[in-house]
Design a protein around this ligand. Structure first.
Ligand code: CP
Length: 324
């Protein structure tokens, strides 16, 4: 897919479709801008006027709690007008194509679409068909990419660990079906994390995943040894073809994060999960709700990070509070 589709002639972000091909300065700029928006969530009036008069449409063809809601809150906190559409509300259920749906919404002067779809490449497809002034954000496409999730995860890691330069990070679980893992690996590499590990049963590890610059483990405790960050992933049954794990009990026994397994990591390691979590399948409640867990902080940070992305794509300056 052409990476430069998401960059303008000056190398600035026009759309956010994938982290592949983006440089450290772009990611850092989003994380730094997000820092300036954290405070908005603590104010009595949780709004800034950066996107006043702009229209954002959330086009979610797949279920979502965190991403859809935090995008809506982010747009509202930037003072944009927001419309939320889900499959049962859209005429795609009557046979209209996704592109025709988008063209009709464009005709209503939409400025930005936030797109989630079960097919990889949908956000790219839309981005390659919209006029130059319209912005597209990929909110998760198939197994391919979930760039805003990875960016909020990087923000959360930086918040707790300061920087990426000395970190060891383990990503554990269903790597094969995970758009989140792919985007996190790209982000960690771009930001200079020296050691990214992935762990899971062989059936859930993509062939040649080591080419993404990760160390591969099938033993979870070895993978967690001395790491600073543990990222757990959900088993994505909806994307599995056939049975890839023997049983839920066996999976939890080998790859579920329990207080016992977590002792292999550094004592100050943080535990992350993009959600939704399946307690007792990939993570024990004692860990999910424990003192090392930053799972709910990830959700909170998602609002500021998505505000930063939307503001940057629309050329809005936090310093002046105006759209440029
Ligand atoms: N992390 C994530 O994408 O969650 P949702 O599916 O609830 O949006």
């Amino acid at each position: 897919m052409p990476v430069n589709l998401q960059l303008d002639e000056h190398g600035k972000l026009r759309h956010l479709l994938t982290l592949d091909g983006l440089d450290r300065s772009i990611l850092k700029s989003i994380l730094d801008t997000a820092e300036t928006f954290i405070d908005v969530g603590h104010r009595e009036i949780k709004k800034v006027p950066l996107l006043r008069g702009r229209t954002v449409v959330n086009l979610f063809f797949e279920a979502s709690t965190r991403t859809r809601t935090t995008f809506e809150l982010a747009a509202k906190r930037l003072s944009a007008d927001v419309i939320n559409l889900s499959p049962e509300k859209m005429s795609t259920s009557k046979g209209e194509t996704v592109l025709d749906t988008v063209r009709n919404l464009e005709a209503m002067h939409t400025d930005m679409f936030v797109v989630r779809h079960h097919l990889s490449g949908t956000a790219h497809l839309i981005a390659s068909h919209v006029p130059a002034h319209v912005r597209i954000i990929n909110a998760g496409d198939g197994r391919h990419a979930h760039p805003t999730q990875a960016l909020l995860d990087m923000f959360t890691i930086r918040q707790h660990k300061g920087n990426f330069q000395q970190l060891k990070v383990a990503i554990v679980g269903d790597i094969l079906h995970s758009r989140v893992a792919r985007s996190q690996i790209l982000a960690l590499n771009i930001l200079g994390c020296p050691e990214v590990r992935v762990a899971g049963p062989r059936t859930l590890l993509p062939t040649h995943i080591e080419r993404m610059g990760v160390r591969v483990f099938t033993d979870m405790v070895e993978a967690l040894n001395d790491v600073d960050v543990v990222i757990m992933l959900r088993l994505q049954y909806e994307r599995m073809q056939g049975q890839l794990i023997p049983s839920a009990q066996e999976y939890f026994s080998l790859y579920g994060l329990t207080p016992g397994k977590l002792t292999a990591a550094r004592s100050d390691a943080i535990v992350m999960h993009p959600g939704p979590i399946n307690r007792g399948l990939e993570i024990d409640s004692a860990v999910a709700d424990g003192k090392q867990s930053v799972i709910l902080a990830q959700v909170t940070n998602g609002i500021a990070v998505r505000m930063a992305i939307m503001a940057q794509l629309m050329g809005a300056s936090a310093a002046t509070g105006t759209a440029q």
